[in-house]
Design a protein around this ligand. Sequence first.
Ligand code: PBG
Length: 327
Amino acid sequence: MPFPAERPRRLRRTPALRRLAGETRLSPADLVHPLFVREGIDAPVSIASLPGHRQETVDSAAGVVAGALQVGVSAVLLFGVPARKDAAGSEAWNDEGIVQTVLRSLRGQFGADCVLIADCCLDEYTDHGHCGVLREDGSVDNDATLELYARTAVSQARAGADVIAPSGMMDGQVGAIRTALDGAGFADTAILAYSAKYASVMYGPFRDAADCAPRSGDRRGYQMDPANAREALREVSLDVAEGADMVMVKPALTYLDVIRRVREAIDVPVAAYNVSGEYAMIAHAARAGAFDERAAALEVLTAIRRAGADIIISYHALQAARWLREE
Ligand code: PBG
């Protein structure tokens, strides 16, 4: 038997060689921590479906951000859970609303050290749980909703958001928000567009955390069909043309091919949202003894980076940052 001349294993021999030859790097600076803040509670509330995560108060949210900065994660994505919901979701653009209050508090305490990203949508604020206002037949009225996203974005920018992240998948949302921000004097506020957001079962635990499951129907009339990838490229180019500074693919794991194609098609930063259900699968499987959570989470996050994501929003962000520092 001839011995093989090509020996890829040479570069796998030691951890130091593997690090040197590694094609993909994962670092705490790539990660964004999703942060839920709830109005009307005086202590954090655990989220059963997302082990280790809580709905925070205004004060406890600051503690979470301080901890994130300590491990090298310097961006958070804020979601609000208001005390009062109505058909239009009017708490979303209340200058004294929960997200606005937390934005002012974090901006005051951390200055420019932490990138404050505000999710801009109505589903956490509407009593019916949809991402926009409804017509009589129960469908979401695209253009009436744009007006409300614009108000919400301006209110969030006024409260100190660095980045507005529209997640409702309305047509024209990026353009409407860009125009409103510019008109209100917030030309420097950036937009991270949830461009290719699929109608996924993987948002289950989030809907529990943010109390925003639709009371009737589903989101397939506005979120993307999991069967489509070319359509994601179309969504992404529309958003970039409307002024998106960064784009997002969501979820991540079942759409790695889409992340790759988007990364190759455009040159703005690409974010991937490693969503609540993806976190829950790993957290619960690890708790059931299927595998080690650390190894599983780092493998998943590395795979999302390898697919082409520059930025990863993940419920494992803080733990992963700690694990990466130990390596
Ligand atoms: C909508 C929004 C959702 C998520 C982020 N923004 C919920 C949805 O579309 O149902 C899901 C995030 C996750 O599952 O981690 N505001």
